[in-house]
Design a protein around this ligand. Structure first.
Ligand SMILES: *[C@@H]1O[C@H](CO)[C@@H](O)[C@H](O)[C@H]1NC(C)=O
Ligand SMILES: *[C@@H]1O[C@H](CO)[C@@H](O)[C@H](O)[C@H]1NC(C)=O
Length: 219
């Protein structure tokens, strides 16, 4: 009986000790876990802040890109609209002209335009066979070429000019009929004028009957 009691008391003491011992451990464990959770939370908060900042930057860049694309597509559609011919459901042809000199040009003075009087092609009507001047109907890049033949016994200098500014010259020698030729590619805006004119005071006649010509088109 006595022995039983002793065992019981010892058991209770041990249990109490164990219980208190494990409570302390549990509290310690919980404190460590709490500390870890706090650190993790701080880390995630930091990460969220970083993500917020970088996504805000990314969104700003995307917005800028979208508005640039918008402007670009509006410009493109405006440019296409201008060339679209209502009613025909198709796009206008590019400007293109080709004309030759049928009647000899004679008595050419300094800087006088050579008027190529015979029109082969004049898409969008940029070329005038009464002035010899091509007026760009629309903005764009154009190719021009001209060939001018001299009369025998008189050499001839001519040139292609843009809005009255000399660009490239052509020379035709005088011993026989001879053709001078030259070409130029130009970025023009609508309304710019290109023509062939007499250059310097050399010679005064260009040969007709389709031996001289002036051609230009948008590329
Ligand atoms: C659109 O056209 C306007 C006016 O011609 C010009 O100022 C602008 O730079 C163009 N935008 C783009 C994206 O080409
Ligand atoms: C043609 O080009 C000029 C100058 O580059 C520009 O100001 C004008 O807006 C353009 N016109 C068209 C119809 O695109």
């Amino acid at each position: 009986m006595m022995a039983n009691f002793t065992v019981h008391v010892l058991g209770c003491l041990m249990l109490t000790y164990l219980c208190y011992g494990s409570m302390e451990e549990i509290v310690g464990e919980l404190q460590r876990e709490l500390q870890q959770l706090k650190m993790k939370t701080a880390h995630y908060e930091n990460e969220i802040q970083t993500l917020k900042t970088s996504s805000a930057t990314e969104i700003m860049l995307l917005k800028e890109e979208i508005s640039a694309l918008k402007a670009d597509s509006i410009n493109n559609s405006e440019a296409l609209k201008r060339r679209f011919v209502l009613g025909t459901n198709s796009f206008a042809e590019k400007p293109a002209f080709s004309a030759s000199l049928y009647n000899h040009a004679t008595g050419l003075g300094n800087n006088q335009a050579i008027i190529f009087d015979n029109i082969f092609t004049n898409d969008l009507s940029g070329y005038s066979s009464s002035t010899g001047v091509f007026t760009a109907p629309i903005n764009g890049t154009y190719f021009f070429t001209a060939t001018v033949m001299s009369h025998t016994g008189e050499y001839l200098e001519t040139e292609i000019c843009l809005n009255g500014v000399s660009l490239v010259h052509m020379y035709s020698y005088d011993t026989h009929f001879e053709q001078g030729t030259n070409s130029v590619v130009l970025v023009l805006k609508s309304g710019d004028k290109v023509w062939v004119r007499h250059y310097n005071t050399q010679g005064s006649k260009a040969y007709g009957y389709h031996w001289s010509s002036f051609t230009g088109f948008m590329i």
